[in-house]
Design a binder for this molecule. Structure first.
Ligand SMILES: [Zn+2]
Length: 508
């Protein structure tokens, strides 16, 4: 069985999860569910980044010891992800002992290869980014452009990693045919960063005085490993590196690291260089997605527009949130969450187009076919159209073009609605043309089966509800594992279960 290993960025626990964090985690869940449906052995890793000075500071402000603070925040993240119906296999926390072992082992391998040396770092450091900045990275006011705060001037004795040694190998990898960094614009950006002569060896430790909450350099008390080295290593810890060799060999290399576009440098330059030094194979793909704004504004605490994904999922259900976020915006670009658009879109597509198609069809089957899928051939035009949609959806899903996949699925729903309206099976049954009427209903039922399968990664509970109402027993996701296949049409004689609307219109 093929495997598929997908990861998300791990979020700092200094603040509660917001819709921007949720966006990426849902995307990973969509891919995990999609690949499970394909019959793959999927490992989906997500988690939190618990080390670093800003977490320590947040703990102090909350009046808690750092570990206790992290425990509470990690629980809050997990609770949110459960409410959004995320099917991760492992939730990793960087304060786990097993992770400390991995980070220290990697550090020792760098040392063993002569890739780490002692030096003095003088320059600017932004705590928000946990990154070293240059004068020309700053905005007009001398602030970090991401955090609108001046970076700190630091001078410290640190360990440095010989990034320069790996630059040509990195270039080779980044320009190789299988395009490890996507989308293409991000790859170009990373290549430019790599060519920049100022991108040299980077500091991989901090002095204990400036950072106490972190993993110590092996065998040293006064040096703490740089938080990005710590964080990136989670992708190895997560699949059992050093702890469960069989699992690590099965799942590594990662098939996809899903990340926000702002941390591409760390993932597409630092991380592969670290892996090269440690003698570990490189990930297959890195995808830097766009960001979500709220009502046209960047999400920020000071603007007071932080949307709690928990509250949203509680109020409208996880399916509506998941659906809107990926239907409304191409994943590689920035998108916006506006409540008005959200309500309009889910009402139009989920309640009206899809919900009505299902309910109308089931009511006709109850009335005219004794509540069972009639025996008939699928209409050839509709079948051809549905087959084309299947091919298109697969193509889009492989390229993470979620909005286009959803658009194709709903074009099929529209087509089925039109077919039902044009053919008027209710009239056919009245005119005693029941064979023709049965063919229409059979054809639409099979479209509904396909739509449930296509939509499952995006709206798992709604899709499972359709699956159940058109008469299937057993979980929809088992289809892939059972090898039942997508191409097997809905069986005649199967008893449908008309249980009312799959999505209740949102009235505001
Ligand atoms: Zn910053």
């Amino acid at each position: 069985m093929d495997k598929y290993y997908v990861t998300t960025a791990i979020d700092y626990v200094n603040a509660s999860p917001h819709i921007g964090h949720a966006y990426e985690k849902i995307a990973a869940d969509i891919l995990a569910r999609y690949n499970r449906l394909k019959g793959k052995d999927v490992f989906f890793l997500t988690g939190v980044d618990e080390h670093g000075s800003k977490v320590e500071k947040a703990a102090r402000e909350a009046g808690l010891a750092p570990q206790q603070f992290c425990d509470e925040m990690a629980a809050r993240f997990q609770q949110s992800w459960q409410k959004l119906n995320l099917s991760y296999n492992r939730f990793i926390r960087t304060t786990e002992d097993v992770h400390t072992r991995v980070v220290q082992e990697l550090f020792k391998r760098f040392q063993g290869n002569g890739d780490v040396y002692k030096g003095t770092y003088t320059g600017l450091y932004c705590e928000g980014c946990e990154d070293f900045l240059r004068e020309r990275d700053l905005d007009g006011q001398g602030n970090c452009p991401n955090h609108r705060k001046p970076p700190r001037q630091t001078r410290e004795d640190n360990y440095f990693f010989r990034l320069t040694k790996y630059k040509s190998r990195l270039r080779e990898w980044l320009t190789s045919e299988d395009a490890p960094v996507m989308p293409e614009g991000r790859r170009k950006e990373v290549l430019n960063q790599l060519d920049d002569e100022e991108l040299g060896d980077f500091s991989v430790s901090r002095s204990r005085q400036s950072l106490t909450w972190g993993i110590p350099v092996p065998g040293e008390q006064d040096q703490v490993i740089y938080v990005w080295i710590d964080a990136l290593s989670n992708y190895l810890t997560g699949v059992g590196f050093l702890a469960d060799q069989a699992a690590a060999e099965r799942y590594w290399p990662a098939d996809l690291h899903l990340i926000g576009k702002d941390i591409t440098k760390f993932h597409a330059i630092y991380w592969p260089a670290m892996l090269m030094s440690a003698g570990v194979p490189l990930p297959r793909r890195i995808f830097g997605h766009g960001f979500i704004t709220v009502e046209g504004q960047k999400i920020s605490k000071s603007l007071g527009n932080v949307i709690d994904p928990n509250a949203l999922a509680e109020q409208y259900g996880p399916d509506a949130v998941r659906f809107f976020l990926f239907a409304a915006t191409p994943f590689d670009q920035d998108g916006d969450f506006s409540k008005k658009d959200f309500i309009a879109k889910v009402n139009a597509e989920l309640a009206n187009n899809l919900g009505n198609l299902l309910n109308r069809t089931l009511a006709l089957v109850e009335k005219n076919c004794d509540g069972r899928v009639p025996a008939a051939e699928m209409n050839l035009d509709l079948r051809e159209e549905a087959n084309e949609v299947h091919v298109a959806v697969d193509k889009y899903m492989e390229k993470l073009e979620f909005a286009r996949a959803i658009e194709a699925i709903f074009a099929l729903v529209d087509q089925a609605n039109k077919y039902l309206n044009d053919e008027k099976p209710w009239a056919l049954f009245k005119e005693s043309k029941s064979d023709a009427g049965k063919q229409v209903l059979y054809s639409v039922l099979d479209v509904l089966r396909r739509v449930a399968l296509h939509l499952y990664p995006f709206t798992p509970s709604l899709a499972s509800d359709i699956w159940y109402q058109i008469g299937y027993d057993g979980r929809l996701e088992e289809l892939g594992a059972n090898g039942q296949g997508f191409w097997e049409l809905i069986p005649a004689g199967q008893a449908i279960r008309n249980r009312g609307p799959i999505f209740k219109r949102i009235e505001e």
